[in-house]
Design a protein around this ligand. Structure first.
Ligand code: FE2
Length: 291
């Protein structure tokens, strides 16, 4: 039995200095002041973190948007949070679009969280692979700087080729693909989509995977996408881990635990989702088997 917890989209935000408010950060800050600072709350994240710490899991996956404006202080804050969750070998991190919010921030996820974003080979490049028990975690990065009003992501040909190779090399294991942007987006999220999602789904349909975990949409979700042969791959999203209450199409804070056992050809995987209620209690809200 291997237990994995999945959290995402912390959106730890600091106030930018006036000199940092040019361009995209300035527009993001207006949105933050008007709306998002009432949604993403450090006290909610602290409560979710305490709840998770009280359960015994072997590994934690964090699928991006740890920061909000890609400010150095936000990466340092996220680093302290990661250290409260576990050692770099026990926690796997990938960046989201908010972690590469502006061009100048491109090296910062690696500078602050590099040891949480490394494969078994010690190399820091995407995709990286971590083998834990019978599980292989295959970590992708879709974070690329984009213009104002865009929250799109891109994998690119090099990562897609690396993903195909990693899925092939780990095919005897329970392969879990970690990615910030979902592989399927509704039309209303066109400007927030993964632009090469078609290419991603082509690789997954050719090579297969047992599970895909994503963030970005701030919703608890399950979509079945085509895998190799006639098998389908469950693509599962979690809400933001800091969302204080339900907002529009977004869910209140929560996380999911996966319990995986069995072997190739006969995997079993149970998911248990936890959610914070309006009065602050955190409890189980859904439980089902994907295998
Ligand atoms: Fe997010």
């Amino acid at each position: 039995m291997f237990t994995l917890a999945h959290l995402s989209d912390l959106h730890l935000a600091l106030t930018p200095k006036p000199s940092e408010l040019a361009g995209k950060r300035g527009l993001g800050y207006i949105n933050w002041q008007r709306k998002r600072k009432y949604i993403h709350r450090p006290d909610v994240l602290a409560a979710i973190t305490r709840d998770l710490q009280a359960r015994s899991v072997e590994h934690v996956a964090v699928t991006g948007d740890l920061t909000n404006f890609s400010m150095p202080g936000e990466y340092a804050w996220a680093r302290r949070w990661l250290e409260s969750v576990g050692q770099p070998a026990e926690v796997t991190v990938i960046p989201g679009n908010h972690d590469v919010y502006v061009r100048d921030a491109q090296g910062l996820p690696s500078k602050f969280w590099g040891d949480y974003m490394r494969g078994d080979d010690g190399l820091e490049r995407f995709p990286f692979v971590r083998r834990r028990g019978d599980v292989a975690l295959i970590a992708l990065s879709t974070g690329v700087p984009t213009g104002p009003f865009l929250a799109t992501g891109r994998l690119g040909d090099r990562q897609l080729a690396g993903l195909a190779e990693a899925l092939e090399q780990t095919r005897e294991r329970f392969r879990i693909v970690l990615i910030h942007h979902p592989p399927v987006s509704p039309a209303r999220r066109y400007f927030r989509r993964l632009v090469d999602a078609d290419d991603l789904r082509t690789v997954l349909a050719a090579k297969g995977a047992e599970l895909l975990l994503h963030g970005h949409d701030h919703r608890r979700s399950l979509a079945w996408i085509a895998g190799a042969g006639n098998k389908k791959i469950p693509a599962i999203g979690v809400p933001s881990a800091s969302a204080q209450a339900k907002h529009a199409n977004e869910d209140p804070a929560g996380y999911t635990i996966f319990r995986i056992d069995g072997s190739a050809g006969g995997w079993r995987c149970e998911t248990v989702s936890y959610q914070r209620s309006r009065d602050g209690d955190i409890g189980e809200c859904a439980r089902f088997r994907v295998y």
